[in-house]
Ligand binder design. Sequence first.
Ligand code: AQP
Length: 328
Amino acid sequence: MAKPVLISGVQPTGRLHIGNYLGALKNFVELQDSGKYQCYFFIADLHSLTEEFDQKEKQRQILELTADFLAVGLDPKKSAIFQQSRISAHSELASILYPITPMGELERMTQYKDKIANQKENINAGLFNYPVLMAADILMYGTQFVPVGDDQDQHLELARTLARKFNSRFGKTFVEPKGLHTPTPRVMSLKNPTKKMSKSQPEGCLFLDDSPEDISAKLKSAVTDSGSEIKYDSDKKPAIANLLEMYAGITGDEMSKLEKKFKNSSYSDFKNSLAELVASRFADFRKKKKSLMADPVSLTVILKSGSERANKVAEKKIKEVKEKIGLI
Ligand code: AQP
């Protein structure tokens, strides 16, 4: 029997942070290495055009994210690693899904509301339509599972709704995808534990390729809560809870074990331990990323060949969809 299909994408909008890693990429690698799935991981470059960008910088960001994917452990021999814009069927399928997407569903999307509040000078239709293109990305491949952070849950629900609507009108065509979360589905900003860590707010991010000195400095200045005890309490101590979740996300330890370990530690001792943990966990990543970035031609070849692989599947699907709706 064919293995279930799994897909996820990341926008090339900057360096990966520990939220991207603990919420999504760590899971990508584990799921890939389990050998139980047909995996697709893509650079969501079309989605990233919804934010201000520079053409030259965009090209660099696409290759940088490819290097990030490989350095973190994604393997082009095991997974199709591809670039969204190289596969025109994604945009075509989005166009086909627009007319069955109620405006109201898009208007209530939290990410859309946050984005338009944060980038007032560039409120564009791409931001509004983002979840429809995301549904197309997912539905295209007969996807059963989508590993993502919990900020994507609403979008995933729309993909399920659109699959159901399309299937009931035109006959069984799409699979309804399910989300997969890690135990750390939402890492919060170092500067504000009520806001998610986000590439567009770099001051609150711990980046995977930060130097040990930067990691230490950022954690030292991360906000903490009142009191002095290292205790997991997401209501009363959201900042410490966030740092404890990062620690547990990396080691896999239970919270009770960490509370015991840091029972007699000050906030500052705990932050130092976390800084050492993060710096050593990503030492290999930093080295690999640097050497991968020194060879942009190989990165381009990997993206091209993964895109060719994905394109074969997408071309077949878009033909089926067009036949179903009477276009061909
Ligand atoms: N803080 C987070 N905690 C857990 N998971 C997260 N993800 C993002 N932020 C967190 C997950 O990472 C994957 C890739 O995200 P993305 O770059 O495609 O999208 P994003 O959510 O737009 O990323 P950022 O960093 O938050 O950027 P901006 O500033 O543009 O909003 C996704 O699976 C996402 O859930």
